[in-house]
Ligand binder design. Structure first.
Ligand SMILES: [Fe+2]
Length: 265
């Protein structure tokens, strides 16, 4: 059964999300964890660049890595149960899973594709709550180092705003390392320019209803044994309770053995 959250902070977060299209949740993660995550990422970044180069797309995805926790396992700590969970559960009115998650960085003066005005969900489907983007600030995000520009209310508009209108009305989502910016997948936004001396890192887990196809098959990527050994919360979030069977033998199951569990919506 869904545990309906009546907590005041959950209600106020959801209200701001529906009124403005975004909300900042402060202090979700300890700053020390943010530093650990960046340091582990620095150790493994070249692995991503090597694959991107091998596939001839390195110049298209500069400073962006995708499905990063498959290699940088400390990032899985970011998906464990925390104060975002009741907000996400209330937003989706039930269970949700990870759709995609990657790290991007903006170097001082650096250019990345997320600096173009865009929205994260390409198909515009109106008011249904199918997706939500959570932007984890690994470093403090300021107007100086490129805090995200967000055009409040633009989640209702299918047309991309022109640059002049966008930058005239958009606000900056500033926050501290460990804060999380929740925003509607339809909102028009972009990363800012980094005029500081230090690289700014963010991780953007994207969550969805469990029936939406993940951008990487996380349960297969991590393997069945991982699903048995991790926490029940992580198992749910990675999608182990919303699997697609391949054979009829897998499909016909008693309730507890179903690949796609009946509580997944
Ligand atoms: Fe984005």
């Amino acid at each position: 059964m869904m545990n309906r959250a009546h907590d005041k902070s959950v209600e106020s977060a959801l209200r701001q999300l529906s009124e403005k299209g975004w909300v900042l949740i402060p202090g979700v993660y300890p700053e020390g964890l943010m530093k650990e995550v960046i340091s582990e990422f620095n150790d493994f970044e070249q692995t991503f660049i090597d694959i991107q180069k091998k596939k001839g797309i390195a110049d298209k995805v500069i400073d962006a890595t995708h499905h990063t926790p498959v290699i940088c396992r400390k990032m899985l700590k970011l998906l464990e149960h925390n104060k975002l969970h009741p907000i996400l559960e209330a937003f989706f009115d039930g269970k949700y899973i990870l759709n995609t998650m990657g790290l991007s960085k903006i170097r001082p003066g650096g250019e990345v594709y997320t600096q173009n005005i865009h929205r994260d969900v390409r198909s515009f489907h109106g008011a249904e709550k199918l997706w939500i983007n959570t932007l984890i600030m690994l470093d403090d995000s300021t107007t100086e180092n490129g805090a995200t520009w967000v055009l409040e209310g633009s989640e209702h508009s299918p047309e991309k705003p022109d640059e002049e209108t966008f930058f005239k009305h958009a606000v900056r989502a500033e926050g501290k390392a460990g804060d999380v910016l929740l925003f509607d997948g339809h909102i028009w936004h972009c990363a800012g320019e980094n005029h500081s001396q230090k690289t700014r890192h963010i991780i953007t887990p994207f969550f969805s209803k469990p029936f939406i196809k993940q951008q990487l098959d996380y349960p297969r990527a991590f393997g069945p044994d991982f699903g048995k050994s991790c926490s029940a919360h992580l198992k749910q979030v990675l999608g182990y309770n919303a699997l697609t069977p391949v054979t009829l033998d897998d499909f016909y199951q008693t309730d507890e053995n179903r690949f796609y569990q009946s509580d997944q919506g």
